[in-house]
Design a binder for this molecule. Structure first.
Ligand SMILES: Cc1cc2nc3c(=O)[nH]c(=O)nc-3n(C[C@H](O)[C@H](O)[C@H](O)COP(=O)(O)O)c2cc1C
Length: 186
């Protein structure tokens, strides 16, 4: 199973990337896990659709090659970061060629705030519904980031937090697997 992880932040010190690294380590050992990077994408402009740039094609190909996608979104101003929205807009075009169409997806997010990205995730779910993605409903995972819970090597020391991420990783893998079976029998 190929699982792609999208981190909705371009900050080198992104807390969502730290959490994503832990989630990646909790996915099934036989899964081929890769991080999908959108940081090279320019601002999306529909005038580019007629001569779609290679960087946009590469981004779409990287999504379409996966059996399942995990998106970790930060919450910026009660929504998803602009850089993530830009990348999602690229994935949706050219018209009729949406890369998330029928794709199995799981979403979560980490925040230093108490709301734990709940609003950003809801916005992200709206977008993915429009894309006709097959988004995992539960467990909703609003991860409150505590820097003290992480060791110097990036490992998560807190057992309760680790159980939350383990539950999310297991459910995501099961969702992708079930989706693949349905797709294969269709
Ligand atoms: C422009 C901006 C807006 C933010 N708005 C929110 C917010 O609405 N809710 C929240 O919980 N955190 C908010 N934060 C704090 C983020 O949770 C925090 O910066 C976090 O580190 C972002 O995730 P990242 O490090 O993976 O980029 C905001 C941060 C920035 C820079």
């Amino acid at each position: 199973m190929r699982i792609g992880i999208i981190v909705g932040s371009i900050a080198a010190s992104s807390i969502n990337r730290k959490v994503a690294n832990v989630v990646a380590s909790l996915l099934p050992e036989d899964a081929e896990v890769s991080f999908l990077d959108f940081s090279e994408l320019p601002f999306y402009n529909y005038e580019l659709d007629g001569d779609f740039p290679q960087v946009g094609r590469d981004w779409k190909d990287s999504i379409e090659a996966q059996d399942g996608i995990i998106i970790l979104t930060p919450e910026y101003s009660r929504s998803i970061p602009g850089v993530l929205k830009n990348a999602l807009d690229w994935s949706a075009r050219p018209w009729g060629q949406g890369s998330f169409n029928g794709k199995a997806v799981a979403v979560m997010g980490a925040s230093i705030g108490a709301s734990g990205t709940a609003m950003a995730q809801q916005h992200l779910r709206n977008i993915l519904a429009h894309f006709n993605a097959n988004v995992m409903g539960q467990p909703e995972t609003f991860f409150h980031f505590n820097p003290d819970a992480f060791g110097a090597d990036g490992s998560l020391q807190d057992e309760v937090s680790l159980a939350v991420l383990t539950n999310f990783a297991n459910a995501s893998a099961a969702h992708f697997s079930a989706h693949a079976k349905v797709a294969a029998s269709a």
